[in-house]
Design a protein. Sequence first.
Length: 168
Amino acid sequence: MNRTLVHILFVTAVLGLGLAIGYINIPDAWYRSLAKPDFTPPDWIFAPAWSLLYIMIGIAGARSFLGRRRAAGLLGDRRAAGLSGDRRAAQWPLWLAQMVLNFLWSPLFFGLHQIAAALVVICLLLASIAAFIIASLRQDGISALLFVPYLAWVAFATLLNGSIFLMN
């Protein structure tokens, strides 16, 4: 499959699903009624921030997918197979795990109003993002770097979720 097409498909899917989940789970009166810390950002910042992050997540996902295929010898690059291929292949399940956790958080928090469950999910998400970065460092530094702003944003979101949990 064409590498450019894979990147386009990944970015489109991640951005589209992320924005759709965000649209379905818009902060409502329940969220506005919660006690929140002073460092809570305004609602308007989330859509542009997540859009940019989803683009970077999609690019890293495409790179992980293509790296996994290359490591398996499916793209004809036998040099990528072997031990480094096994390590690089670890990126893919970590990328999938963080994507599932990412898409689960908003429905839990905004849709079901489950602050504690959402806190557990976001902690797991934070750990999976960090694990992806670590797994990517040697084999795909670009994907690792693409996930650094994501790690920072989710760390902040984890602090926010935890603060809301403690305040309510």
